[in-house]
Design a binder for this molecule. Structure first.
Ligand SMILES: NC(=O)c1ccc[n+]([C@@H]2O[C@H](COP(=O)([O-])OP(=O)(O)OC[C@H]3O[C@@H](n4cnc5c(N)ncnc54)[C@H](O)[C@@H]3O)[C@@H](O)[C@H]2O)c1
Length: 439
């Protein structure tokens, strides 16, 4: 199959590379010249484990090319995937579909012969209808079918997720489109990945429903953690105790500083807006969103609590800035509102992240960035673990204590064992676990 990906970001680059690895001929298009130039030089513009190797081997095999030029490759393609961004629209929280629509118009002009155009971007229900209308408007004679194929990969484990998906959702009633998408995903189908064919609108809604369910689960356990803290219970044991029930499942039950990242918050907001527009409001999701928003600054109050709520003149070391480990993605990372709140409260913030500091600097130019976790801890009054990177799981605690002005650790990911930290003389606070007096 000849495939074009329009949009070469986290989803487009990973999807395109994996399709090429399946044996298809793939062109990844992006209108960001700098991104395409770096890919053409063999440099990967994002941090994603194993991606560089996979890109290199498929480029060498002649199956994967990068370009800013959409017209030629789209004309020759069997399938064109739209994988551009759909961020929150400023002001109202609806999904901003301007990138999807402008890509659709460009694709429309370039189509030749039968082509399936597929939205892989996360788009509100009804968007495929509008993409089809736009394409027909620009190019009335185009032999085109528009299908939905939402993507469920997770940053940090994107290649594994793409190659071993729990399911592949294909939204189209058109037999020719089903055949093309079936061929594209055949290598996965051979590996037993279930492929589920639905109507277009259903596929669009499945993606949002999945993310809405996940944020509900996270927020549920976060609120349970707050209650556990108040009553002297342990949220990790509660999560285990309920997670072993197959009806509930153990995933997404890790209490923390609130959900963030490039997808969950914007998708929750967009679904709330869609539901309101259709007069079928999603009250549970609205509450989840509000609870999560409040939680971000509440985490700063948690850091301030050992100082009687007053952080003026204090130095706070923050470990981990990206919204989760194994990515450089800073979009809506919980570290950003947390650091803003700490600064608002008068603290001086110093931070370290293994790969996220370059992008973090753009968001937060006014904090100090350090070379490593121990450098970050020098002279700090408290250290806050915000992202659970592997390298923060086994810190040299004695060294940390020597470097810090005051041995206070606020662990927003429950990485450490309260007994161990306390026995080493730290005042240790975590999420939803009983606090222990300093030894
Ligand atoms: N990041 C994830 O983990 C993830 C997972 C599942 C679904 N999604 C969804 O996939 C979509 C893409 O997300 P992302 O994280 O890859 O975004 P991204 O911002 O990393 O990448 C989007 C790319 O599209 C390019 N682009 C925009 N308009 C273009 C045009 N007209 N022609 C060519 N290129 C164009 C941009 O330059 C950018 O490189 C979103 O809808 C997102 O919700 C993302």
């Amino acid at each position: 199959m000849r495939i074009v990906l329009v949009g070469t970001g986290y989803v487009g680059l990973v999807s395109g590379t994996c399709f090429a690895d399946f044996g298809h001929h793939v062109t990844c298009v992006d209108n960001d010249q700098a991104k395409i130039s770096s890919l053409q030089r063999g440099e990967i513009p994002i941090f994603e484990p194993d991606l560089e190797r996979l890109v290199q081997s498929n480029v060498s095999a002649g199956r994967l090319v990068f370009t800013t030029e959409l017209v030629g490759p789209v004309g020759e393609a069997d399938a064109v995937f739209i994988a551009v961004g759909t961020p929150s629209r400023r002001g109202d929280g609806h999904a901003d579909l301007s990138y999807v629509y402008s890509a659709s118009r460009e694709i429309a002009q370039a189509l030749k012969g039968f082509t399936v155009v597929i939205t892989k971007s996360t788009v509100p229900v009804g968007t495929c209808d509008e993409v089809e209308r736009l394409i027909k408007q620009v190019n009335p004679s185009a032999d085109v079918v528009v299908a939905s194929n939402p993507e469920f990969l997770r940053e940090g484990a994107a290649i594994r997720d793409f190659k071993h998906p729990d399911r592949i959702v294909v939204g189209t009633d058109d037999e020719r489109a089903r055949h093309v998408l079936g061929e594209i995903y055949r290598p996965l189908y051979l590996n037993q990945a279930p492929i589920m064919y639905t109507g277009r609108r259903t596929a669009e809604l499945i993606k949002y429903a999945a993310n809405a369910f996940l944020v509900t689960k996270i927020t549920f356990i976060n609120e349970m953690a707050d209650l556990a803290e108040k009553v002297g219970a342990n949220v990790q044991e509660i999560a285990r105790g309920i997670g072993m029930d197959n009806r509930i499942g153990s995933k997404f039950l890790h209490a923390g500083p609130g959900f963030g990242g490039s997808c969950l918050p914007k998708d929750a907001r967009a679904l709330i807006k869609t539901a309101q527009d259709f007069d079928a409001p999603l009250r549970i999701l609205e509450a989840v969103n509000a609870v999560n928003d409040n939680r971000k600054r509440a985490m700063a109050r948690k850091v301030a609590a050992p100082f009687g709520g007053n952080l003026r003149g204090k130095i706070i070391a923050v470990l981990g800035l990206t919204f989760k480990p194994n990515t450089d993605d800073m979009r809506e990372a919980p570290s950003i509102p947390l650091i803003t709140a700490l600064s608002d409260m008068g603290a001086t913030v110093r931070a370290f992240d293994p790969v996220g500091m370059e992008l973090a600097r753009l968001e937060m130019p006014n904090i100090e960035y350090c070379a490593g976790p121990y450098e970050c801890a020098v002279g700090a009054d408290a250290l806050v673990i915000v992202t659970e990177w592997e390298q923060f799981r086994a810190l040299d605690l004695d060294r940390l204590k020597r470097e810090m002005a005051c041995p206070i650790v606020v662990d927003l990911r429950n990485v450490y064992n309260p007994e161990e930290l306390t026995s080493r003389g730290f005042l240790y606070r975590s999420i939803g676990r009983p606090s222990m007096p300093v030894a």
